[in-house]
Design a protein around this ligand. Structure first.
Ligand code: 3H9
Length: 708
């Protein structure tokens, strides 16, 4: 809905005595180009042309950014005029010089507005870019036509295909902007630039007439190289090749025809389910940050971190904290273990130094924040302690008893357990309100997901602190309730079981992995098992054996491999063979023989599976358990499950996460599949009450997301 009065406020025009019309966009939080902004901007340019007193126009953004882009929330809704391409064309056609003065973000449509202006400057700290590709789109307001004309095909393609942001200096070098604002104040620098232009009687200078594509041979070569590279690297994605097509149109067609071509391609991208998936991911990853406790309570300050355990996990957590500039105290049981913990950390940094991604002094600075101790007393003054010891409830309880003894009042006591009952850990100490789960994913310094596991008695301020910590560590936090496996590993256990069932019923593990990769995951479930180490899952299965429903189907193939000591990559074989430390496995005929033997033992006559059937079962299992997790309140909303899988389990981002995927294929279809599979195994395939209810109401998961 538009509101003309609001539009006046959102785009303010002020005519100064020197003839400069200052047009200020003020649409918090990021000055996105919603319909009111577009209307206001158009009206301002009309005014500039119509009023004789106006000698130049200066476009600036209020607040922290110039313009963050088109209003992403409008995509998929009925378009309202004027369109952004129209607005950009009108800016470019203005008969008075138009200057854009950039600070903060000038992204997507924001940069396109600037490119339509006649002169541009950016102050230090600006971020310029065309990140539409990350949303399944292409720059659709002239960006694919103006950018190559301004900075050449190669640089334009690089910006549009990577979606990366460039700072003011690089933007100046590329030719995206004419100058860097000397004072850092975009308004003041913009005014000074406009005054200079007026004094010099500078003409309007339209990007559509720029000569960046004049060197046709090299432009063509850049386009062809980008096409080859994109076909190879982004084969699952829709918009990257459309970007290349649009730049080709810029080279081969007159400007206006090129714009029309860009529009067609843009609309194809808008209609693609990938656009919907990627934009869902964009909002979902912001929405997860807003757990109720973050609104209800103030976080406790965290200025120091303790880590118990220097194994792979503890070291990874320590690196994440060190990288965030936090001092870390690591506690291990003896000097040798502590030395190993330190060595694990140094190994991570040495790897970065070797790749040229870190300097020796930076490594030394990080390591100077690390201290080690074999005594818990070293943690007496620490704000947050994260335990990353062996996955056993009694071992963890013993650690927490020590923490209870030594830590100062108000210290946050966190466990990195992946499965265990955190309520039981909390109940074992005298201060359960301080106990929380911080479930990092391996490698902890790289993986973005952090499950913030919220036990019953924890204080809201402790939960808020965990979210604040995640921000500092540059992690994506997802709030989870306590249950076996929380959100991620609980759902994983179910779809992994579905994969095991298919393997025993006749699909080879290699076919399943391939089908899952073709769906868009970087790895299939059996490759993941080999990477994680088969012994870990084996230990968990043994732990759960007593509680397992004796009637439930249990596939023993993985146990047969573990009994042989085949734990995956680290032992050179698992489901795959890894000769001489190879990281990519090759199929193993002996595993196939074991699978055959297990089928025979279970009295199963193997049957063929199509890849489509594999994916339907795999996804139905994931979606069904995801729905259970939401239904039980373990995840706040379906989008929390989506973000967990996008950031912790390699779910293809362009599909938006398992719950978004379910909405895309239709929940009723997913339910029909589950019911059909239930005919073979009703115990395993029990439709989640949430799915049943939503289908009955004709609703979808999105209706439960309540995104702001
Ligand atoms: C495009 O431009 C297409 C055109 O080529 C063609 C059109 C025809 N729209 O990230 P933050 C919200 S496609 C609507 O936490 P930061 C965001 O959801 C667009 N809303 O802040 C959040 O809301 P809430 C190309 C938007 O300071 C709030 O703003 N542009 C948009 O860390 C704060 O966001 C992009 O892809 C938007 N465009 O970072 C840039 N952007 O508070 C996307 C943000 O309710 N945006 N919001 O959770 C960004 O990269 C970052 O937001 C930015 C600020 C760097 C701007």
């Amino acid at each position: 809905m538009t509101n003309p009065e609001l539009a006046d406020d959102i785009v303010r025009s002020e005519l100064r005595d020197d003839g400069i019309l200052v047009v200020t966009l003020d649409n918090p939080p990021v000055n996105a180009l919603g319909v009111d902004v577009r209307r206001g901007l158009l009206a301002a340019i009309e005014k500039a042309d119509a009023e004789r007193a106006v000698t130049a126009v200066l476009i600036v953004g209020a607040g922290r950014n110039f313009i963050g882009g088109a209003d992403i929330r409008e995509f998929g809704k009925l378009p309202q005029p004027p369109s952004l391409p129209e607005v950009c064309n009108r800016i470019e056609a203005c008969t008075k010089p138009v200057v854009a003065a950039i600070h903060g973000a000038a992204l997507g449509g924001g940069l396109e507005v600037a490119l339509a202006a006649h002169y541009r400057l950016a102050v230090e700290g600006s971020k310029l870019g065309l990140p539409e590709v990350t949303l399944g789109l292409l720059p659709g307001a002239g960006g694919t036509q103006r950018t190559p004309r301004l900075i050449g095909a190669q640089a334009a393609l690089d910006l549009m295909l990577s979606g990366r942001h460039v700072g003011a200096k690089e933007a100046r070098t590329l030719g995206l902007v004419d100058r860097i604002g000397p004072t850092g104040d975009a308004l003041a620098d913009g005014l000074a630039y406009a005054q200079e232009l007026i004094a010099a009687r500078a003409p309007v200078r339209r990007t559509r007439d720029a000569a960046g594509l004049a060197e046709r041979k090299s432009s063509r070569a850049a386009i062809e190289a980008a096409r080859t590279e994109t076909s190879r690297k982004s084969r699952d994605l829709f918009s990257p090749l459309k970007i290349v097509d649009a730049v080709q149109a810029a080279l081969e067609q007159p400007f206006d025809d090129g714009l029309r071509h860009e529009r067609q391609l843009f609309l194809q991208c808008i209609d693609s389910p990938q656009r919907a998936g990627l934009i869902h991911a964009f909002f979902a990853e912001r929405e997860v940050q807003k757990a109720p406790e973050t609104r209800a309570a103030k976080p406790r300050p965290i200025a120091s971190v303790g880590v118990i355990g220097g194994g792979t996990m503890g070291a990874g957590i320590a690196v994440a904290a060190l990288d965030a500039g936090l001092p870390v105290t690591m506690v291990e049981r003896d000097e040798a273990s502590l030395a190993r913990g330190r060595a694990h950390i140094e190994k991570v940094y040495d790897g970065l130094v070797a790749k040229g991604r870190m300097s020796e002094p930076a490594k030394a600075a990080a390591m100077s924040r690390w201290t080690g101790s074999t005594s818990y007393d070293a943690l007496a003054s620490i704000d947050l302690v994260i335990e990353a010891v062996f996955e056993d409830l009694d071992v963890k309880k013993a650690v927490f008893a020590e923490l209870d003894r030594v830590c100062k009042p108000g210290a946050i006591l966190a466990t990195n357990t992946s499965y265990l009952d955190i309520d039981a850990i909390a109940a074992s100490v005298s201060r359960p309100a301080d106990v929380i789960g911080l479930h990092f994913f391996s490698p902890a310094n790289i993986m973005k997901l952090l499950e913030v596991v919220v036990p019953a008695q924890v204080g809201a301020d402790v939960v808020a602190s965990a979210f604040e910590l995640a921000k500092k560590l540059r992690k994506v936090p997802v709030r989870a309730g306590v249950c076996d496996g929380f959100i991620g590993n609980r759902v994983l256990a179910v779809y992994r079981a579905a994969a095991d069932h298919m393997m025993e019923d006749g699909a080879s593990p290699y076919q399943i992995d391939r089908a899952v990769r073709e769906f868009g995951f970087p790895m299939g479930p059996f490759q993941v098992a080999d990477l994680a180490g088969g012994d870990i899952g084996w230990a968990a299965r043994k732990r759960r054996a007593a509680a397992r429903d004796p009637e439930a189907r249990y596939v023993q193939i993985a146990d047969r491999l573990c009994e042989r000591g085949w734990f995956g990559q680290k032992t050179g074989r698992g489901f795959y063979l890894y000769p001489e430390g190879a990281r990519t496995g090759t199929p193993d005929p002996e595993v196939e023989a074991i699978v055959d033997a297990e089928r025979a033992r279970a009295g199963i006559t193997p049957r063929a599976f199509t890849d489509d059937e594999i994916i339907r079962r795999y996804m139905a299992a994931m979606i069904n358990e995801g729905a259970n997790v939401v239904h039980e309140g373990i995840a706040l909303r379906p989008l929390d499950v989506d973000v967990t899988f996008l950031y912790g389990y390699g779910f293809p981002r362009h599909r938006g996460g398992p719950m978004k995927y379910a909405d895309t294929v239709g929940l009723a279809n997913v339910l029909a599949d589950i019911r059909a599979f239930a005919k073979e195994d009703p115990r395993f395939w029990r439709p989640s009450p949430l799915i049943v209810e939503l289908v009955e109401r004709g609703a979808d998961f999105a209706s439960l997301n309540h995104t702001s």
